[in-house]
Design a protein around this ligand. Structure first.
Ligand code: FCB
Length: 428
């Protein structure tokens, strides 16, 4: 790489990402219910006080600025804000506002997600995503969020990883609401697109022009058997549905999913045309797909093709796929933000190298004309990792889950060096 390609522009943003349920603590929502029903991999694990970010936020903002971050991604917990349908909790709204004001005062630009996987406990019972009313319910919630964001100049992500929510919650039944139904999945998908559109409208009405987008989990896909036409068809159709259907709907107003035997839809939603200011990409890994001759027809695996070793959560370390992913989103013609990228590295020794190789791909994409403007590392802190519970450690800071003490991992120094120097250097 030439020297110029090792440099990020002066206005490139480096930041960190978190989500409410995974760090705040003390939240009662659909995930807390899921845990009590014993539905995690470790049936007794509980998120509980998480890493107490709700109380330790000032310390955590300092930790973020200490690594050179100038943006901080949080999510608002819908269950805190609207604990009963139609009853909004002013104290919770005020609590978030106070925290966001402090964040800003620390020199951190807020990146605020309205919906990061979790729901108030009433939601799935009363207005689930496959029912049209969900859109109106989300619009009302977004209206409150817009008011709370007044004057903060926040970047807003309406939905985090809607396809993960749908795949996990509506197709596989592995996460709340635990439905496994292809037709309902497609209905819910349609309503999530609509919900994004109405939320963006509410934000615009209250805040004027606001940078609004979604965060999409994007995987690099490869056929498990390179020579097998069915594996290759899965990669083509599955990759299109998983990575692009949502982005495409928000760009063209056409929602298309074509996974014969699994889920298909073809709906025109003209109101969704050109409805984001940026494209949010969460990139972690590559998956190999294999056709199996019985429902759900797809086997999904992570393979260690390069001998780099899988990451501790079992995902392939595949920076090469990051460049391909970024090339693929160039077609949407919008600025790109990496809203998550990171590694579960429990010993804390591989993370600097992971950052180096992945940021190298960001620079390579920029050199090819992909307008990547920001990179948010997942995550500032070790936290509660959904179905996996307390095993994984994605944090730049190690958290002792008993004492909640935060301690820098070796990646803190490295991240600071790159974020403040705006230059990609090799880790020591
Ligand atoms: C993403 C989620 C985030 C975190 C990381 C590891 O899919 O958005 O909450 O769990 O994976």
């Amino acid at each position: 790489m030439r020297t110029s390609e090792q440099t990020f522009p002066a206005d490139f943003t480096f930041g960190v990402a978190t989500s409410a349920y995974q760090v705040e603590g003390g939240i009662e929502n659909d995930w807390a219910e899921w845990e009590r029903a014993g539905r995690l991999k470790e049936p007794h694990a509980r998120c509980g006080r998480a890493v107490d970010h709700w109380n330790r936020y000032e310390e955590d903002y300092r930790l973020a600025t200490a690594v050179g971050a100038t943006a901080f991604r949080i999510s608002l917990e819908w269950a805190r804000i609207e604990p009963e349908r139609g009853r909004f909790d002013e104290a919770a709204l005020e609590g978030y506002r106070e925290r966001l004001l402090k964040m800003k005062a620390c020199g951190l630009t807020p990146v605020v997600t309205l919906h990061h996987f979790t729901h108030p406990t009433w939601f799935h019972r009363e207005t689930p995503w496959h029912q049209a009313e969900s859109v109106e319910v989300f619009r009302r919630y977004s209206r409150r969020c817009a008011a709370l964001l007044e004057g903060l100049d926040a970047r807003v992500i309406t939905f985090n990883e809607p396809m993960v929510l749908l795949l996990g919650g509506y197709l596989q039944g592995a996460i709340p609401p635990g439905i496994a139904d292809g037709a309902l999945t497609m209905k819910a998908l349609e309503n999530l697109v609509r919900a994004h559109v109405v939320a963006r409208r509410e934000l615009g009405e209250r805040l004027g022009r606001v940078q609004t987008g979604i965060s999409q989990n994007m995987l690099a896909f490869a056929p498990d058997r390179w020579w097998n036409p069915l594996d290759r068809a899965l990669v083509r159709l599955g990759g299109q549905a998983y990575n692009h259907a949502f982005h495409e709907a928000l760009s063209t107003g056409k929602l298309r999913v074509n996974m014969p035997g699994v889920a298909t839809t073809r709906v025109d939603l003209p109101e969704a045309r050109d409805s984001v200011e940026f494209v949010g990409v969460n990139y972690y890994s590559r998956a190999h797909l294999r056709f199996v001759p019985r429902p759900p027809f797809i086997e999904f695996k992570y393979r260690d093709t390069q001998g780099r070793g899988l990451t501790d959560i079992g995902w392939e370390d595949w920076p090469e796929g990051f460049l391909q992913t970024l090339r693929d989103v160039k077609r949407y013609g919008k600025p790109v933000w990496i809203t998550e990228n990171g590694i579960d590295d429990r010993a804390g020794t591989r993370r600097p190298q992971y950052l180096h190789t992945h940021l190298g791909q960001v620079l390579a994409a920029r050199a090819e004309g992909v307008d990547v403007q920001g990179y948010l590392y997942w995550s500032l802190l070790d936290n509660f990792e959904w179905l996996e519970g307390w095993g994984p450690r994605f944090g730049l800071y190690h958290v002792d889950f008993d004492t909640l003490e935060r301690k820098p991992t070796p990646a803190c120094d490295y991240f600071r060096q790159v974020a403040t120097g705006k230059r990609l250097v090799a880790p020591l």
